[in-house]
Design a protein around this ligand. Structure first.
Ligand code: ATP
Ligand code: MG
Ligand code: MG
Length: 350
């Protein structure tokens, strides 16, 4: 059978690996860490840093197609891999999603709304951004941020310089604070034939910058729901995208505003494991393997809750609850803020 290569060995790589196995594929994980969630379930694990060219070549040669669970794949690694095997989603999707500035410009070019933004490299830039965009605002590193890391909220102009210092010289982006009523996301898939399938939007609640819950269905009017799905399809088509993408949206009185896109399976799509016949992980594997997409229609309403740090203490109780499906990542050490698993509570038929 064919082998699917996955860059990154966290929980997303683990769940992709399980989905691939279910379809009869083998998986090979590339991840520097020895003991990682995906290595427990994959057929093969190559433990090497992303700049080890020989290991990257060995990995590519062991696979028929390559995908990834995180968007910060170094370009140098991509250069090696894509000469040997197809990599999906491709370089363009990575380029657009690795840098918040490039991402927002891309979205605006498509006619989609984002927060007002400006590039900030020094104290002069931040004063200009503040004058132009105003406060409150958020200063974010352009690259490598996740779970709200690398972000500072700004209310007081006197604290702007300190916020910039927090970025430690990394290129940053100044974003006007969006006055949203709630947050939703669309998880959508596209295959090489150009078929697109979107799951129903979920409503997301964040706590301390980390996703806490996703609730399906989201609070959206029929018009907002179709806007959300159509704009996601527009992004996928523009990128000639192959795979699953997560599109995070702010719901405001002036319509939907795109926060960010993730060129991969997404935490806010975990509910699909127990709400849909074909979940986001299988959908992604189908897309990168050149299969037809499954039907993204949901059969159940679900509340997905992340189990973060000490939330693991609730597992025995959750395990006794017949409406809950547990998904645990097999991480050895519990740490505050670490995603240890999630629970999908089925709340009724769709
Ligand atoms: P993720 O783990 O989703 O990749 P991230 O670290 O990339 O997160 P963002 O999604 O940019 O961070 O921001 C995290 C959260 O902070 C958002 O979901 C939203 O609640 C809030 N937020 C981010 N940008 C803005 C903004 N411009 N206006 C208002 N709230 C914002
Ligand atoms: Mg992000
Ligand atoms: Mg986000």
């Amino acid at each position: 059978g064919a082998t699917i290569g996955i860059l990154g060995g966290g929980q997303l790589g683990r769940m992709l690996s399980v989905a691939a196995s279910r379809l009869g594929f083998k998986t090979c994980i590339f991840e520097p860490g020895e003991d990682c969630p995906a290595s427990h379930v994959a057929h093969r694990h190559i433990a090497a840093p992303y700049d080890n060219e020989d290991a990257l070549r060995t990995f590519a040669e062991a696979c028929d197609v390559i995908t990834y669970e995180f968007e910060n794949i170094p370009t140098s690694a991509l250069d090696i891999l894509e000469k040997l095997r197809p990599v999906y989603p491709d370089r363009q999707a990575l380029r657009v999603s690795q840098d918040r500035l490039v991402e927002k410009a891309f979205l605006n070019d498509l006619g989609l709304k984002t927060a007002p933004f400006a590039a900030v490299d020094d104290g002069n830039d931040i004063s200009e951004a503040m004058a132009e965009i105003g406060l409150p605002a958020i200063l974010k590193t352009r690259r490598f941020g996740y779970d709200g890391k690398g972000q500072v909220r700004l209310k007081d102009p006197k604290k702007a310089e300190a916020a910039l210092a927090d970025m430690q010289g990394a290129p940053a982006i100044y974003e006007g604070f969006v006055d949203f009523s709630h947050e939703v996301s669309v998880i959508a898939a596209r295959n090489a034939a150009g078929d697109v399938s979107a799951f129903d939007p979920g409503q997301n609640v964040h706590e301390d910058g980390i996703l806490r819950t996703t609730t399906i269905p989201a609070k959206l009017s029929p018009a907002q729901r179709s806007d959300a799905v159509l704009l996601a399809a527009q992004i996928l088509n523009k990128l000639d995208y192959v795979g699953v993408m997560g599109v995070e949206l702010f719901v405001t009185a002036d319509g939907l505003i795109v926060n960010e896109i993730a060129p991969r399976v997404h935490n806010s799509g975990h509910w699909t494991q127990n709400g849909c016949t074909v979940d986001q992980f299988e959908q992604h594997i189908r897309a990168v393997a050149g299969w037809p997409l499954g039907d993204g229609k949901r059969h159940s309403n679900v509340v997905m809750e992340n189990l973060i740090g000490d939330d693991m203490d609730r597992v025995p109780e959750l395990a006794r609850d017949g409406s809950c499906a547990l998904h645990l990542y097999g991480k050895a050490e519990v740490k505050p803020g670490r995603k240890m698993g999630h629970v999908n509570r089925v709340t009724g038929p769709a």
